[in-house]
Design a protein around this ligand. Structure first.
Ligand SMILES: *Cc1c(COP(=O)(O)O)cnc(C)c1O
Length: 643
């Protein structure tokens, strides 16, 4: 990955517009986010002719008034609704424009965000479009059965299914719910046939096929021969034979494939759909009725905003995605006179990513700046320090590399002397500070130089500030840690001030992996982010956007930082917003009980220690009370940093 330095725009007339460009919010924000003239990041909600914009900082204010401190996940219900609407309407448009002779049915894969209020909102708002749910486990099927009230919506069951799972699905079928069992392996079929016969309920069956078309991007393992999911071609034929033998081939109504998640290149999607069409026509030739073609997930999100085939981006628009699918099916089925199937897709990421953001405050900044240095060296200083002093005086655009080499060399020599007991702590401190001052001077001059060595190129990052954010990467942004996912980060206020600091962001776990050091920028990915200097007695708020997919339940309890608060906001057409739901994050007692501690026992143990101290005369009874109260308050408190 080629990372560029963040650019310096030397300007005293910085505007909110400049911030919008710097952070690329209009590129990745997909028209849901922008910067206001007042310099605040805003959420935009479209109500037909009227667009309402709400500064995110106003929502943060409202949260604080309600006792919900940072960090917190903010969900905008309207954005979930808008995505459902846009995906369904884009398919409807493509179907209408191309004269396709059937309709579209979306299903949301529950695993992408299982949170109750997300699923409830999808079920409620999605009803209008008959948007259904995809379940990959018994627990998810139970969610789907309890949430979907609309019998025109589909429930698609993937994953391994035991008897209990299958019985539940069959009962749903009996009640008129369109619940499909998608066969992942041949082993499932006998159980389905047996249970179906025993209960006298006919199943709706789908088959998951393995596409040979390989896909670029992070998650390409879902495609190709070695995919761990789906039936091989010969297994597929075995299933057809078994269904025929049981006189149940008419139950085989759905063909399922899933190319992988976050597919950046539209060409891969087209190739995959084409291959799926071949399977579809092949199965029709075998006598299966089919009628549903389920193309799985994969519709990407442009986290980077670059509209390219980069892993975190996509080179197509939603409309183009739908048109490509509709067209490819027509082109392949029409010549054979095969009726157009219902098109099903399982977009997860593209449906929920936009609706959530992680908000946090900055607790501290460690800058990497040399302290003020003496104008001259003390009498009798060691020669190496004099050398460093001279290097600092001589830095200019012509000798950057030489000064860099000398500076590191002399500093290391001083450290060497120190190790052998021939230099003092003061000598070492001065050597390190001089070196830092020299590197800073070099960095300032870099923009005036055309050819820069890789070592010097890395200097801005090496000298960048570390902003400590009040959050845990492992709990709230696990994909940034686990798979180098890139997500847009920026301040949500002060955007009409020029950000002058180059920074990376560290979380509050004491883990060196708990950091964000790849950012989206105007010229691609970069290793530092421009941020504002902190002000005394004023909070500085940042937001990580587009985190609605996969992050919440993949997160873990590293360092025992628990779930953050979650707030769902609903924005109204008159420009007001209400806190539709609020959930308080884990208390310390909560996370301790997750790892099998009993907070009551812990309180009792602490009480005993305090009581012994009273008996031994170390503390008074009043003090004992105060200490026990502090212990209890901590147990009940938030796991994050509280002001
Ligand atoms: C994960 C998954 C999806 C969702 O994929 P996205 O790329 O998030 O849309 C859809 N279908 C199946 C079978 C999956 O496993």
């Amino acid at each position: 990955m080629q990372l560029k330095k963040s650019q310096n725009k030397a300007s005293d007339s910085w505007s909110a517009e400049d911030s919008a460009n710097l952070y690329g919010i209009r590129e990745w924000g997909a028209d849901y986010f922008d910067v206001s003239k007042q310099g605040e990041a805003v959420v935009k909600v479209n109500f037909g002719d009227n667009t309402v914009t709400i500064p995110i900082i106003d929502i943060v204010e409202g949260m604080r008034e309600r006792g919900l401190e940072m960090p917190a996940i903010l969900r905008i219900e309207n954005l979930l609704d808008q995505r459902i609407k846009q995906i369904n309407e884009a398919f409807a448009r493509a179907i209408y424009d191309q004269g396709y002779q059937n309709h579209y049915r979306g299903v949301f894969p529950i695993k992408v965000n299982q949170q109750c209020h997300v699923i409830e909102e999808i079920a409620a708002y999605g009803k209008h479009y008959h948007h259904g749910l995809e379940a990959g486990s018994k627990a998810e099927l139970i969610i789907a059965l309890s949430q979907l009230q609309d019998h025109e919506s589909l429930i698609v069951c993937n994953g391994y299914k035991d008897e209990e799972f299958i019985e539940l699905g069959l009962y749903a079928r009996q009640m008129g719910i369109q619940c499909f069992f998608v066969l992942e392996t041949t082993a499932e079929l006998p159980i389905i046939l047996e249970r179906s016969k025993a209960l006298g309920i006919e199943p709706l069956i789908g088959v998951r096929i393995k596409l040979a078309s390989m896909v670029e991007g992070h998650w390409n393992a879902d495609s190709g021969d070695r995919s761990i999911f789906g039936l091989s071609t010969s297994a597929l034929l075995t299933v057809v034979e078994q269904l025929k033998a049981a006189n149940m081939l008419h139950c085989l109504q759905l063909l399922h494939c899933h190319l992988g998640s976050q597919i950046p290149n539209i060409r891969n999607i087209r190739t995959g759909v084409l291959e799926a069409c071949r399977f579809y026509t092949g199965l029709i030739a075998e006598g299966a009725p089919l009628g549903y073609m389920d193309l799985g997930g994969g519709l990407a999100v442009d986290y980077e905003g670059s509209q390219t085939t980069n892993t975190h981006s996509m080179n197509y628009q939603l409309d183009e995605y739908c048109i490509n699918i509709v067209e490819t099916i027509q082109e392949n089925l029409d010549p054979l006179g095969i009726a157009h199937p219902v098109i099903v897709s399982e977009s997860g990421r593209a449906l929920v990513a936009y609706s959530s953001m992680l908000l946090f405050n900055v607790l501290d900044v460690r800058d990497h700046k040399a302290p003020p240095l003496p104008e001259s060296l003390p009498e009798g200083s060691i020669d190496l320090l004099k050398n460093l002093f001279n290097v600092l005086q001589s830095v200019n655009v012509k000798n950057l590399q030489e000064c860099y080499n000398d500076s590191l060399y002399y500093r290391d020599e001083v450290r060497d002397l120190f190790h052998r007991g021939h230099a003092t702590l003061h000598d070492r401190a001065l050597a390190e500070d001089f070196n830092l001052a020299i590197l800073e001077r070099i960095t300032q001059l870099l923009p005036q130089v055309t050819r820069i060595s890789p070592e010097l190129e890395n200097l801005p990052e090496l000298l960048s500030d570390i902003y400590y954010g009040n959050f845990s990467l492992f709990q709230s942004l696990p994909d940034i840690w686990a798979i180098d996912q890139v997500m847009p980060v920026m301040p949500i206020h002060r955007l009409n001030e020029e950000p002058t600091r180059d920074a990376i962001i560290a979380d509050i776990t004491c883990d060196c992996d708990g950091k964000i050091d790849v950012f989206t920028g105007p010229e691609g990915l970069q290793s530092t982010l421009k941020l504002h200097a902190l002000r005394d007695n004023e909070e500085y708020y940042l937001s990580v956007f587009l985190i609605g997919a996969y992050q919440e339940t993949l997160g873990d309890l590293h360092n025992l930082f628990g779930d953050t608060h979650v707030v769902s906001v609903h924005i109204s057409e008159d420009g007001s917003f209400d806190f539709a739901r609020e959930f308080h994050g884990d208390s310390i007692a909560d996370v301790l009980s997750y790892v099998e501690y009993d907070p009551k026992v812990m309180q009792e143990q602490f009480r005993r220690i305090a009581e012994t101290a009273v008996r031994e005369g170390k503390i008074s009874v009043a003090m004992r009370q105060q200490m026990i109260k502090a212990f209890r308050d901590s147990l009940n408190g938030y796991t994050y940093f509280e002001r």
